[in-house]
Design a protein around this ligand. Sequence first.
Ligand SMILES: Cc1cc2nc3c(=O)[nH]c(=O)nc-3n(C[C@H](O)[C@H](O)[C@H](O)COP(=O)(O)OP(=O)(O)OC[C@H]3O[C@@H](n4cnc5c(N)ncnc54)[C@H](O)[C@@H]3O)c2cc1C
Length: 342
Amino acid sequence: MHPEPILQHDFSLRDLNTFGIDARASHYVRISATAQLAAVLANPALAGLPRLVLGGGSNLLLTGNFDGLVLHMASSGRAVVGETGEHVLVRAQAGENWHGFVEWTLAQGLGGLENLALIPGTVGAAPIQNIGAYGLETKDVFHSLTVFDPATGALATFDGAACRFAYRDSVFKHEAGRGLVIVDVTFALPRMWRPNLRYAELANEVAAMGTAEPTARQVADAVIAIRRRKLPDPAVIGNAGSFFKNPVVGAAQCAALLEKFPNLVHHRQDDGTEKLAAGWLIDQCGWKGKSLGAAGVYPKQALVLVNNGGATGADVRRLAEAIQADVRERYGVLLEPEPVFI
Ligand SMILES: Cc1cc2nc3c(=O)[nH]c(=O)nc-3n(C[C@H](O)[C@H](O)[C@H](O)COP(=O)(O)OP(=O)(O)OC[C@H]3O[C@@H](n4cnc5c(N)ncnc54)[C@H](O)[C@@H]3O)c2cc1C
């Protein structure tokens, strides 16, 4: 039996979002077991409120106080749950810290998640935007997940196809999946592990370690070293990682842009479209290191917006909109925010 979850009112979310924005929730419950979800949502006074499922708060922007129910996913547990011919299946509860889970898999001698080391947040949020880094996305190592449907109180299993993974996207960001609560996620990790060093920066980092045949642990260490150099630690400077998705444009639009801007950074995709580097576009518009009120653009990485101290969600939004307007005017490209605006 799990203890009855405690409902709290006028609850500060400042320590529960990596931007460190001081917004409050009118209703807040910490969920430490799936059974508690059903219990909370069976309460008619709570069931009708607007809902925010909160993990580590590392991919959202609180633009104001939240007048509704925050379900803070804090369930824990991880285990090897099975094997197939080529894979070992590992499962973690939604509230597990993502990086802690990656470290745990490595400690079990299982490679496969190392390229995603040190991404903040929880396991339950990883499929939401199909988290990705250094040439690997959640979908590449995904097996299945369990959702709780607040509308019916039922649990259901989704495989990869049902999740409709795409670049920083999944069914959970669209009408068909919005509102579902992910309660656990299962990953299929390869028995025969090989390093994924397609991403040049990672390959160079590993090469600099002097190991011709790196272990998964060594690849994770390389990823961690690069991330520590490049990204601000949210415990020190509030941020939500990359604030904009890299825009994808058609080949013709890219060619036209290249005529005007020969140095444009672009990467051809398998389907012939071109992915532009949002950070480069922002940098070229002169925003790197600039601030608007208490919100700023990180001096070392133009893709990251930061809270310089005391910023509100509205400050960050104003900065984001100013950047979007400049990039659109200069390049005709719309930058889409990566974090969810609440
Ligand atoms: C420094 C830094 C670096 C980052 N680097 C990367 C990176 O390299 N790649 C990358 O992809 N992302 C990156 N991110 C973004 C972020 O870490 C990921 O998106 C992460 O998965 C968010 O997890 P979270 O638990 O904090 O989610 P939250 O911010 O709490 O929530 C994000 C969204 O998911 C929903 N959600 C959360 N948990 C659940 C659940 N159990 N069920 C249903 N919905 C849920 C929320 O309602 C919200 O809509 C970075 C962020 C920071 C701060």
